[in-house]
Design a binder for this molecule. Structure first.
Ligand SMILES: Cc1ncc(C[n+]2csc(CCOP(=O)(O)OP(=O)(O)O)c2C)c(N)n1
Length: 198
């Protein structure tokens, strides 16, 4: 059975769901946006001091979010990343499962493509099920969001129940519109101040 058939849910929109996620946050939760569209739409949902827009370092959003979650265990941390980025750094999933931070949630925006570099197809288009991969890595709270309301339920669950959590979302290929400054020092300093460590 193809991944699409197994998945069986709606294809949603990354900006819409990013806005829905941000609207559910009430405790200055940290949100780490992965390279390109993930952080463009995080910015598009409205800047917050607790947002980190990762530039360039494809695949590093989960390790960064893991570090923040371990450093500040009382703060919940969300990582928003693309399927291509997660595929490039899949080894982070067993590490998250093993370290098991209760306050970490990974959201993967699966558009089945390396969209920003020319929409080259990724293996999730036909074969690879990233939720199954996360479960196989040992992240047991891993589920595909079937529709917008279901996504919100999964986010609410990750705000109230112990993680780590993994939420897979099939998204369309609408390009992210907003652009954070391309200055890593400014972005890092602002995030550190947002987390109260500078
Ligand atoms: C190590 C490394 N390899 C390749 C790139 C070039 N690159 C930047 S974004 C990207 C695709 C990202 O795909 P995905 O995470 O699925 O996000 P999407 O563009 O689909 O939103 C690639 C290949 C890079 N920045 N770093």
């Amino acid at each position: 059975m193809s991944v699409q058939a197994r998945f069986g849910g709606e294809v949603m929109n990354r900006l819409d769901l990013t806005k829905r996620l941000i609207a559910l946050l009430t405790h200055d939760e940290a949100v780490v946006g992965g390279i390109g569209n993930s952080n463009f739409d995080l910015m598009g949902a409205g800047h917050r001091p607790q947002n980190f827009y990762m530039l360039g370092s494809m695949g590093m959003a989960v390790p960064i979010g893991l570090g923040v979650a371990l450093a500040q265990p009382e703060r919940r941390v969300f990582v928003l990343d693309g399927d291509g980025s997660l595929l490039m750094n899949l080894n982070c999933l067993p590490t998250v499962a093993q370290v098991a931070p209760r306050n970490l949630t990974i959201v993967v925006w699966d558009n089945s493509a390396y969209q920003i570099t020319g929409v080259q197809q990724t293996p999730t288009a036909e074969r690879t099920d990233l939720v199954a991969v996360a479960q196989g890595a040992g992240i047991l709270n891993a589920e595909w969001a079937k529709a917008e309301e279901h996504f919100e339920q999964l986010v609410e669950r990750s705000l109230t129940e112990d993680g780590p959590h993994f939420i897979g979302v099939r998204v369309d290929q609408a390009p992210g519109q907003a652009r954070p400054e391309r200055d890593p020092v400014i972005l890092k300093d602002r995030f550190m101040r947002g987390l109260g460590v500078k």
